[in-house]
Ligand binder design. Structure first.
Ligand code: 2HA
Ligand code: ZN
Length: 280
């Protein structure tokens, strides 16, 4: 079968991870219909293999793939993404389909040299998610900071979203402290906690900007009130793990509440001990 993944094990590993995570999102009930998005910066994997800095040069080495699309406007200029490659879930595509057929339900794009357009280079002309500009704004910021983070994930984890319907949990770091105190793993593996963005229209520039603001305050996972989470990490599996750990803590809280009591939670001293032992 024609695919850019052929003879490209580094890139194939990244896309296999995307497919695996997409399957988890569906199985967990976090990705109804076309809900959620995944965008991964795969520039290193493409350059490692092809060392190409122009799409024509790359395409010449990819005779097995479809021709690039004409450049499509991003809607904003992202100077740190010049010539970068991303794998993106397709617009209106389902996570459950991305899990089984990643290259039919997502595509690889290259940001053009003007930093304001992208071309779809492989495998098929699948138009990326409507949330692409928001994800790319975040990746532009990560690149500008020299961050090792390459993956961004948006999903709808049921229990975490439910908790944002309670106003006291939306105060800064209230939810973080509560979730940390439910089970030691949360403090250890989500040491930066959960940033909160008050409700904003999905896909809006305001939502993208507010998310960027929280990431710049030092959070890796940002909760969008009554909607979902946005997480960044080194790869898509690590981004998923953070959301999974936080949602597990939310499930423990809700299980305790549904048994009729308020969970006691670990003490501040116990959480402090964890922070010291794990060097957080
Ligand atoms: O793109 O979940 O919020 C699908 C979404 C948008
Ligand atoms: Zn969403």
């Amino acid at each position: 079968m024609k695919s850019i993944l052929n003879n490209n094990p580094e890139l194939k590993h990244q896309i296999d991870q995307v497919a695996e995570v997409a399957g988890y999102l569906w199985q967990k009930g976090w990705a109804e219909r076309n809900g959620g998005n995944i965008v991964v910066n795969i520039t290193d994997q493409i350059n490692y293999l092809y060392g190409c800095h122009s799409v024509t040069a790359l395409q010449a080495r990819l005779p097995q793939c479809d021709s690039p699309t004409p450049p499509i406007e991003i809607g904003t200029t992202l100077p740190h993404l010049k010539g970068c490659y991303f794998f993106c879930k397709g617009t209106n595509r389902r996570m459950r389909d991305l899990a089984r057929w990643p290259m039919d339900n997502g595509s690889i794009i290259r940001i053009t040299d003007d930093c304001a357009h992208y071309e779809i280079i492989a495998d098929k002309p699948v138009k990326p998610t409507s949330e692409l500009p928001s994800h790319l704004m975040v990746h532009n910021d990560l690149m500008a900071k020299g961050s090792p983070y390459k993956a961004s994930l948006h999903t709808h984890p049921i229990e975490l979203v439910a908790m944002t319907h309670h106003r006291p949990f939306l105060e800064k770091d209230v939810l973080t402290r509560l979730l940390w105190s439910m089970i030691p793993e949360t403090r250890a593996f989500c040491p930066k906690g959960l940033g909160i963005v008050p409700y904003l229209l999905p896909s809006s520039v305001a939502l993208a900007q507010a998310t960027l603001d929280r990431l710049n305050e030092g959070y890796d996972v940002v909760m969008w009130e009554k909607h979902g989470v946005f997480a960044v990490d080194t790869d898509i599996m690590a981004a998923f793990d953070q959301v999974d750990v936080l949602n597990k803590a939310a499930q423990i809280y809700m299980s305790a509440r549904s048994m009729g009591f308020n969970p006691e939670g670990m003490s501040d001293a116990q959480m402090q001990e964890l922070a010291e032992v794990f060097g957080l």
